[in-house]
Design a protein around this ligand. Structure first.
Ligand code: SF4
Ligand code: SF4
Length: 295
């Protein structure tokens, strides 16, 4: 049979990757990098570039599984924690922010895993993988992410996932006013803890392209999402599986408008959304309305 490591190295030439074996299965963790966007100017929302890389990694994984199966390897489901596999394989180190950092990509990468039956890499026990790995030594004295997180979810001991802006965006439950405000103009994703992380200090961010400016302009976002699933289509590769959730995306857009420096400019969108049949949209519309009367 073809040598697994030789075969996989040809398929993953553009990625960073590493393998580890446990209980007769080899796990290959691979990472695709992305360049993050600068924080958006007035009138635009921030949409994290991670999701584009994550989408690409998902489809690359599917393609790899097919190629490995065609070559005679037995691929299996991976039920082990991927961050621990990333650590044990040597791909990266776990951080205080709960992310994994790789030397080359920092935390700016999307991870995926392929698992095949057979031992093709250094072996560790499943128990080792199930134990939470220690955070990187550097994180013990750094703590920058903890001090900048607007939701106070990071600490040396734990991570309060349900408070994280990403969780708030997932649910689009904007009834917690502090959470709704902390989202700022971040429509999808929150990059605050990664922007300041020393593990990313060698990486540049970039300006939006003209196409992204059109997509992430607040008026355009509202008009697209409030027109239903068809309007969401252009956001397929950017928002991954969430692109077909128009009510949720409309609520998040109204919330970003409420957090903008000129909520008054978007008053008409609040007015037409106050009687929406989805409570998340009504809550965000009310918040935007309140903001226009405050200013
Ligand atoms: S900001 Fe500092 S403490 Fe937080 S993850 Fe990065 S290196 Fe670790
Ligand atoms: S993603 Fe944002 S809210 Fe979540 S931990 Fe990082 S800084 Fe805090």
């Amino acid at each position: 049979m073809t040598d697994y490591i030789e075969f996989i190295s040809k398929l993953l030439s553009e990625a960073e990757w590493a393998s580890v074996s446990a209980d007769g299965i080899t796990y290959t963790v691979f990472a695709l990098p992305y360049t993050q966007l600068d924080f958006p100017p007035e009138g635009y929302a921030f949409v994290d570039s991670y999701y584009v890389a994550s989408n690409r990694a998902y489809f690359l994984r599917k393609e790899l599984v097919k190629k490995l199966t065609d070559e005679g390897f037995e691929t299996v489901e991976c039920n082990l924690p991927y961050k621990s596999l990333a650590y044990h394989s040597g791909l990266g180190v776990p951080l205080r922010s709960t992310l994994i950092a790789n030397k080359k990509f920092g935390t700016r990468m999307a991870l995926e895993i392929i698992a095949v039956r057979g031992v093709y890499a250094k072996e560790v026990t499943v128990d080792d993988i199930l134990k939470k790995p220690e955070m990187a030594a550097f994180c013990r004295t750094c703590g920058i992410c903890e001090s900048v997180c607007p939701r106070g979810c990071i600490s040396a001991e734990s991570f309060e996932r349900n408070k994280c802006i990403r969780s708030v965006q997932e649910s689009a439950d904007l009834t917690d006013k502090d959470a709704a405000k902390a989202m700022g103009t971040q429509l999808w994703g929150c990059d605050i803890c990664q922007r300041c992380c020393p593990f990313n200090s060698h990486l540049e961010s970039r300006e939006m392209t003209e196409e992204e400016k059109t997509l992430f302009n607040l008026d355009n976002l509202y008009n697209a999402f409030s027109s239903g699933k068809k309007g969401c289509e252009p956001y397929r590769d950017i928002l991954g599986g969430n692109y077909l959730r128009p009510a949720k995306l409309t609520a998040l857009t109204l919330n970003v408008m409420a957090n903008s420096t000129d909520p008054e400019k978007y008053r008409k969108y609040a007015e037409e959304s106050l009687n929406h049949n989805d409570i998340r949209v009504r809550t965000a519309a009310q918040r935007l309305t309140d903001k226009t009367t405050e200013n």
